[in-house]
Design a binder for this molecule. Sequence first.
Ligand code: DBV
Length: 262
Amino acid sequence: MTTPRQSSLEPLSIANWRWQPFLDHACGALQPLELEPYPVAPEFLLQTSQTGSKSKPVPVTTATWACKTGKLRQVRAACVEAGAAASVLNFVINPSTSYDLPFFGADLVTLPAGHLLALDLQPALKTDAQHTEAVWEKLLPIFEQWQQRLPGGGPIPEEAQPYFSPGFLWTRIPLGSEGDALIEEAVKPAFRDYLELYLQLVQEAEEVSPERSAELLAGQKRYTAYRAEKDPARGMLTRFHGSEWTEAYIHGVLFDLDKNWT
Ligand code: DBV
């Protein structure tokens, strides 16, 4: 059961959802900032459905937690709980283009075949040293510390390269108690460290010129268009909630920069 919420900022709690402690941690870490609700239509705040077979239906919950601050255009968590079929926390922070900041991206995905886990501070302008150097210098030691504890995630598409940092933590972990322990002992602290560094960068960030802001906006638009076009969750969400709802969610909530960039 998930209690309906009036606003994206109200606490989100999904029963038996594997990634709840990660969302709780992120919401807690954001609390010191002045959080405002981010407008999200009711059908995207909470959507329920069923998957599985007619004789063995599995309830599905997809819910959104979101907010904004003076420096962060949109902070949003897409949360999916579908029992053994899927459990997902996709958490993205989109900074305002008035600040030279990367995106925070986390994709924590549990499917019947295992866990797929991605964490990164993703650049809007990957080949621009002014945008990346200070971030990568601080991120790489954190990345190295946790990466050595985790199996590699395998190849990622060549076309995705412009959107990753060298601190892209990407792992696949089998289901079961050993995997659970690895998530607790390495993925959870990595998530905390990446988010802590990100929030430190946000705190230190100072406003940039309108010219710089225009460059950042162009980079953010490329990134967002890529993520919306290639969203690996499209198939799953379409199966759960239909194509019309899914396209409106992807373009209108998850990757909405084109619609809501002011
Ligand atoms: N991914 C999203 C959103 C999701 C989501 C909004 C609402 O961007 C879930 C949910 N990711 C999701 C699911 C899968 C993946 C896979 C359900 C499994 C798809 C499947 O196997 O059916 C990282 N996520 C992946 C993959 C990568 C990432 C590389 C594998 C893609 C593939 O095999 O085709 N997503 C990618 C990434 C970030 C991210 C780098 C940012 C850190 O969020």
